[in-house]
Design a protein around this ligand. Structure first.
Ligand code: RB5
Length: 144
């Protein structure tokens, strides 16, 4: 598995929103795996959630960032896959705890509901926070 590859997948609601986030992830030293969409034509977010799930299970990325209008649909769809722990975050506290307590491997964001600066902070927090393990590992293990 490539620990330095971060996958991005999103629907049409996030085509512009994702750009500065991808650039920041690359600037932080990661390789970005772009799973689309890069076009504004309407698409179905479950297809992009599946693309993310496949990229993670195939070891093409170690973590991912999913974005749709609210982050709700795409996180629900992604969490249908047992190896995905997608956390819909609206604050850096959410992002930090999603890593420390839930070992989230996917950060989900809402392009229409979360401002770009907070989204940027969530991305950095998600990438820079480790899982605490311990009692949290027992709970995470029970989910799969
Ligand atoms: C697309 O219009 C919108 O429904 C989608 O981006 C997302 O918000 C669904 O949860």
């Amino acid at each position: 598995m490539s620990e330095t590859v971060i996958a991005f997948a999103n629907d049409h609601a996030a085509v512009d929103y994702r750009q500065p986030l991808m650039a920041a992830v690359e600037k932080a030293g990661y390789t970005v795996l772009d799973l689309g969409t890069g076009a504004t034509a309407s698409v179905d977010y479950p297809d992009y959630a599946k693309a993310m799930a496949d990229a993670l299970s195939e070891g093409r990325a170690s973590r991912g960032i999913l974005i749709c209008g609210t982050g709700i649909g795409i996180s629900i769809a992604a969490n249908r896959f047992s190896h995905v722990r997608a956390a819909l975050c609206h604050s850096t506290t959410d992002a930090r705890l999603s890593r420390q307590h839930n070992d989230a491997n996917v950060l989900a964001l809402g392009a229409r509901t979360l401002g770009p600066e907070t989204a940027m902070d969530c991305v950095h927090t998600f990438l820079n926070t480790d899982f605490e393990g311990g009692r949290h590992k027992r709970r995470v293990d029970k989910m799969s």
